[in-house]
Write a new protein. Sequence first.
Length: 125
Amino acid sequence: MIRITILEGEWEKSREFPVDVVKIGRSSENTLEIKEPSISRLHCEIAFAGGKAMLINHARTNGTLVNGRPVGEAMLKPGDEILVGRVRLRFDGAAEGSVAPAVAGHGDAAGSGSRKRPLHRRRRD
């Protein structure tokens, strides 16, 4: 299970994903879909294996930062801040006992059986 918090000013939304790989991007094919123009269709992914979490950057234009540093790949620890495009995330940790992702067409990508909802960014005025 991978835990991520989306940070927006003083607003926070925590999510748990019962999978070993969380794909992050604009596309509805991702585990964490974020509708933000500064984010690539598949921006990055967080993979958990052997008790360790790794972030892998796939974005070519806006990149991915971990704790303020641009990365291609980075080992993550709880509390690390991730910047994807203009969206801030916090990696809250991962735990053994994850389940396999749902088969396409049967439930959502998180395997919970409920409909996956995209994150829509609030507009700043």
